[in-house]
Write a protein that binds this ligand. Structure first.
Ligand code: AMP
Ligand code: AMP
Length: 348
């Protein structure tokens, strides 16, 4: 078993940040490109090796080679989107993070019960249209990705009309929280046994974030129904008086994962996607249990990472540091997941 892990990831989402972070920590790196994405990764001198496959679904054909070379796969937002949950679970190459979390994150009901168990405020949900007593509401069809396929209603009549238009698909009715979106990027370190807030961002979603530029009269005439397709991210810092609340929410989410999921629980990068209302309350709309793309703003560090580290520390580099230190201490098996045999193979 290689003493030093080879950091491997798929070529998209936040791969550049992950690969640069590995280089900055002195670890070898490798990226797997598909459908022509490999050209991008060949441009950068900090990328050690680029492998190309016809499609991401061909990932398993590379597993033996990756295993042999001591690779650790660092998952990001494309892993579940392109490979599906099951292929992530089946992966034999050591995987940074706890795979048991995937099921809890991927199922709306389990995710909500996790957040509720962590006493994290979540938007109210209504079992049926006639139970709604706070407006407006958002109807989220199950399986809708990236916020396309969400509709808004601000009265019982409009909700009925929207639901009739949807037809026979499963959906959730949720209170639509009007406030500022703020995404908190956490890192739970196993090696240092601590939770860090490394950065924050807000998403830029089209066209909902553009509607405010229309004068009210034009909006009224157009009756826009906003879409929530993310196209970018912008930086943000939080009022310092709210930082302790953000930290404490993260701590409770990690603690709840150890009660509900398994003893190891959640570790590595994760993100609470929040909306903040004028009473300065957080409303958590989702948890992402891996590096999120908003961290790409901070390849060179962030105001929050600078409070923890004297060097520029991105989330990608933070992952590489954790892997490097765990390997040096002979504890790599504690920070990766894999099939039983690979995990055993990595044990000191
Ligand atoms: P892509 O590599 O752009 O095709 O994105 C892969 C996955 O990550 C998709 O599910 C995207 O919705 C998600 N994603 C990509 N960029 C962002 C971003 N800036 N913020 C949030 N999600 C993103
Ligand atoms: P999601 O698919 O849950 O990440 O949601 C996509 C986008 O829809 C978010 O980034 C928000 O802009 C918006 N959104 C989702 N749920 C709510 C909610 N309960 N209240 C207000 N906006 C929401």
């Amino acid at each position: 078993v290689a003493a030093e892990p080879l950091v491997a990831t798929l070529g998209s989402h936040s791969a550049l940040q992950i690969l640069k972070g590995a280089r900055d920590e002195g670890l070898r790196n490798l990226v797997i490109g598909a459908r022509g994405s490999e050209a991008l990764y060949r441009r950068y001198p900090f990328v050690d090796q680029v492998l190309a496959v016809p499609s991401y679904g061909d990932f398993p054909s590379l597993e033996d080679e990756l295993l042999e070379r001591g690779a650790v796969v660092v998952p990001h937002g494309s892993f579940v989107a392109y490979l599906g949950r099951e292929q992530n679970e089946r992966m034999r190459v050591p995987y940074y993070g706890n795979k048991a979390v995937l099921r809890w994150e991927g199922d709306r009901d389990l995710q909500r019960s996790w957040l509720e168990s962590a006493v994290v405020p979540v938007p109210r949900e209504f079992a049926s249209p006639d139970r709604v007593d706070v407006w407006p509401v958002m109807v989220k069809t199950h399986g809708a990705a990236g916020g396309s396929g969400y509709v808004l209603a601000r009265s019982p009549a409009s909700l009925d009309a929207q639901l009739a238009r949807l037809g026979d698909v499963p959906y959730t009715i949720q209170h639509y929280v009007v406030g500022v979106t703020l995404y908190v990027h956490y890192f739970q370190s196993v090696v240092d046994n601590r939770l860090e807030i490394l950065s924050m961002d807000r998403r830029y979603e089209t066209d909902v974030d553009a509607l405010g530029r229309l004068p009210h009269a034009v909006q009224a005439e157009l009756e826009p129904s906003p879409s929530y397709v993310v196209v970018g991210n912008s930086p943000l810092v939080l009022r310092e008086s709210m930082l302790e609340t953000a930290d404490a929410m993260g701590e409770r989410v990690v603690a709840a994962s150890r009660r509900l999921i398994d003893a190891r629980g959640l570790w590595g990068p994760f993100c609470l996607e929040t909306i903040i209302t004028p009473d300065m309350a957080f409303h958590v709309i989702e948890i992402s249990c891996r590096i999120v793309a908003g961290t790409n703003l901070y390849v060179n560090g962030s105001p929050y990472a600078a409070l923890w580290f004297d060097q520029p520390m991105s989330t990608g580099r933070r992952i590489a540091r954790e892997l490097r230190l765990a390997a040096e201490e002979g504890r790599l098996a504690q920070v990766v997941d894999g099939s039983a045999t690979t995990t055993k193979g990595l044990a000191p």
